[in-house]
Design a protein around this ligand. Structure first.
Ligand code: C2E
Ligand code: MG
Ligand code: MG
Ligand code: MG
Length: 286
């Protein structure tokens, strides 16, 4: 959908599938310099515990501050990066930025939390992924348990043996692992049960229909129940309405992420939110 393409609402894609508009080709060209010109920015969206309201983590979400076009959403440029291979340097940059930020929060004395970083399919399949993650953790001096890596359900099930192997190596390192956009990959939880996972994120498309389609409510309830029985933490993505939150609370979903609480925030704003939360927690104790 055109409205998903970015804040600028540019119509990048022509109606013929796979044909790129001149704008898109130009964008791909300037993306080549985005990392070295320091045009990428990481936003952070808090993940909130549904019962306590506490922030239990942050998801790192990349944006591109393009000099001509302004802030470009990842749904626009991540596919281009994936296709051209630029996702490898971009992904590594995001991972390092997120680890550095998390380390900075810890050094500022804020309560420790995990920062989640999205891995694209190509990144996940890169043979050096495990060593790259290890190196970045060492370089940034972040303890592995404060890093969470997200792969989508479809990335995970593309080759389950491969996935199991890579996730096992990451888990040995102490990194937390999460399945993103769960429910969109047409798999089932039973296929994922052999993977060393910590967290399952229910795709926003389910949450959107939660209060209007009773069948969807049943499905979400089943996912939460089954997921919990498999020892996973459940996060609902894209929670926007109080009614959605109430339902998720009633089925004991642990965490929520969504505009109802917070939009993705620039690092500075995210830091303020963490500081204010800490202050209010201290006030509550007194
Ligand atoms: P995702 O990982 O599923 O991230 C969640 C997306 O949902 C984010 O969009 C977030 O802003 C949006 N969202 C969160 N709560 C709400 C809500 O209540 N309502 C609505 N309408 N949207 C909500 P964003 O930041 O535009 O990212 C889109 C996708 O781009 C991400 O989906 C992820 O797949 C990809 N992406 C973002 N950053 C990276 C990155 O550093 N690397 C890779 N490989 N992919 C990334
Ligand atoms: Mg994600
Ligand atoms: Mg998601
Ligand atoms: Mg998504």
């Amino acid at each position: 959908h055109a409205k998903d393409l970015g804040r600028n609402n540019y119509q990048f894609y022509t109606t013929t599938l796979s044909a790129k508009t001149p704008e898109l080709l130009n964008l791909e060209k300037s993306l080549r310099y985005a990392v070295e010109r320091e045009e990428l920015i990481v936003y952070y969206q808090p993940r909130v515990n549904i019962l306590t309201g506490q922030i239990t983590g942050m998801e790192a979400l990349v944006r591109w501050q393009n000099p001509e076009m302004g802030l470009i959403a990842p749904n626009v440029f991540i596919p281009l990066a994936e296709e051209s291979g630029l996702i490898i340097p971009i992904g590594e940059w995001v991972l390092r930025a997120a680890c550095l930020q998390n380390k900075a929060w810890q050094q500022a004395g804020l309560p420790p939390l995990t920062v989640a970083v999205n891995l694209s399919p190509k990144q996940f399949r890169q043979s050096t992924l495990v060593e790259d993650v290890a190196r970045i953790l060492t370089e940034t001096e972040l303890d592995a348990r404060f890093l969470e890596l997200e792969i989508t359900e479809s990335t995970a099930i593309a080759d389950l043996e491969f996935t199991r192997n890579v996730l096992h190596n990451l888990e040995q390192m102490g990194v937390h692992l999460s399945i993103d956009d769960f429910g969109t990959g047409h798999s089932s939880l039973s296929r994922l049960q052999l993977l060393p996972l910590h967290n399952l994120k229910i795709d926003r498309s389910f949450i959107q229909e939660l209060t209007t389609d009773v069948r969807v409510a049943h499905i979400v309830k089943a996912i939460v129940t089954l997921g919990r029985n498999l020892g996973l933490r459940l996060t609902a993505e894209g929670v926007e309405k109080q009614e959605e939150l109430d339902f998720l609370k009633s089925i004991h979903c642990e965490d929520v992420q969504g505009y109802l609480f917070y939009k993705p925030l620039p690092a500075e704003k995210a830091t303020e939110v963490l500081q204010n939360k800490q202050t209010s927690a201290l006030e509550m104790k007194n």
